[in-house]
Design a protein around this ligand. Structure first.
Ligand SMILES: NC(=O)c1ccc[n+]([C@@H]2O[C@H](COP(=O)([O-])OP(=O)(O)OC[C@H]3O[C@@H](n4cnc5c(N)ncnc54)[C@H](OP(=O)(O)O)[C@@H]3O)[C@@H](O)[C@H]2O)c1
Length: 283
């Protein structure tokens, strides 16, 4: 028999427990609860402005902390290690270079604008006491596959090995534009050029005792319905936000597959932890 609803704020007397009472109340009076909530918010806004400001500030801080993801606190020294960071003239790349240099690494800042890269390197140097590490700036423009090849030619000439490659440089939400190689800009800068760079540097990475490759992706990789292989270059339809998400998904797919292939060549201990976990799940 259908349960008769009691109108108004009064919970039905036949309900057994406080929890049931509340459940029923919420179910029946959502509109009123929403109205009371709005009233409280309005009262707070007009009575004591710091309260909503504090609530909003706290919510933003929690969101920021959540989006920042995990943190790595190691102070392990990196003396003698060579690390290459692409897009180190600012943002995450510059901060990454700073932390690696602070721990004694030889950091190569690969930047499309060398003078901007030098300013970034000087900024890092000036902000720290001598660390035992070094900073050098080299030109790398990911909108040009020729620039990638030139960069690697120079790097191979000057460096014996590469301990860590950090594919950080990237562009976000850019309007449709083609590179000199005929590829859509974000597709090339975020995926194709780092792909080529990585493959061309593999021998140097293998020459290091424990070569590592890091592809900087983004949570944006979740916001895609999958890569449309018929429209990789964005010529049929183009949406800058989806294209960014797609390229960030490509970063992960590339890391995953390369990791698997390198593990086949060099043993499981050369696999990244993500790839190891995936392999464990699949076996
Ligand atoms: N910021 C975020 O919230 C966020 C979140 C998730 C993931 N990420 C990822 O983190 C990475 C770095 O982001 P960011 O926030 O630090 O961005 P950013 O401040 O805009 O820095 C991007 C870097 O990439 C370089 N770059 C751009 N186009 C290039 C090209 N054609 N060739 C070589 N270098 C080029 C830039 O050089 P110029 O200085 O010359 O422009 C700059 O050094 C990106 O891969 C991004 O997708 C960022």
């Amino acid at each position: 028999m259908p349960h008769e609803r009691t109108p108004g704020w009064v919970a039905e007397p036949q309900l057994g427990s406080w929890a049931e009472d509340m459940g029923k109340f919420v179910e029946q009076d959502l509109t009123k609860i929403a109205a009371v909530y709005c009233l409280v918010v309005i009262l707070l806004l007009f009575s004591w402005p710091p309260v909503p400001a504090v609530l909003l500030g706290t919510a933003l801080l929690v969101l920021r902390r959540y989006l920042a993801g995990g943190r790595y606190f190691s102070e392990a020294r990196l003396d003698g290690r060579t690390v290459l960071v692409t897009g180190a003239s600012g943002g995450i790349g510059q901060e990454t270079a700073r932390q690696l240099y602070r721990r004694g690494a030889r950091v190569v800042l690969a930047c499309r604008d060398v003078s901007k890269g030098r300013v970034a390197a000087n900024g890092i140097r000036l902000g720290l006491p001598p660390t035992g590490g070094s900073l050098s700036v080299k030109r790398l423009d990911l909108t040009s596959l020729n620039s990638v090849r030139e960069f690697v030619k120079d790097f191979n000439h000057t460096e014996q090995s590469l301990d860590v490659l950090i594919n950080n440089a990237g562009v976000m939400w850019r309007p449709f534009e083609k590179t000199e190689d005929g590829f859509e800009l974000a597709f090339q800068v975020n995926h194709l050029a780092p792909f080529l760079l990585t493959i061309l540097l593999l021998d140097k990475l293998k020459a290091a005792p424990q070569g590592r490759i890091i592809n900087v992706s983004s949570m944006a990789n979740y916001f895609t319905n999958g890569i449309n292989f018929a429209n990789l270059n964005g010529e049929e339809t183009f949406n800058s936000s989806s294209q960014y998400s797609n390229t960030k998904l490509m970063n992960i797919a590339f890391a995953s597959e390369l990791s698997r292939r390198l593990a086949l060549l060099g043993g499981r201990d050369r696999m990244g932890r993500g790839a190891q976990r995936r392999e464990e799940r699949n076996t």
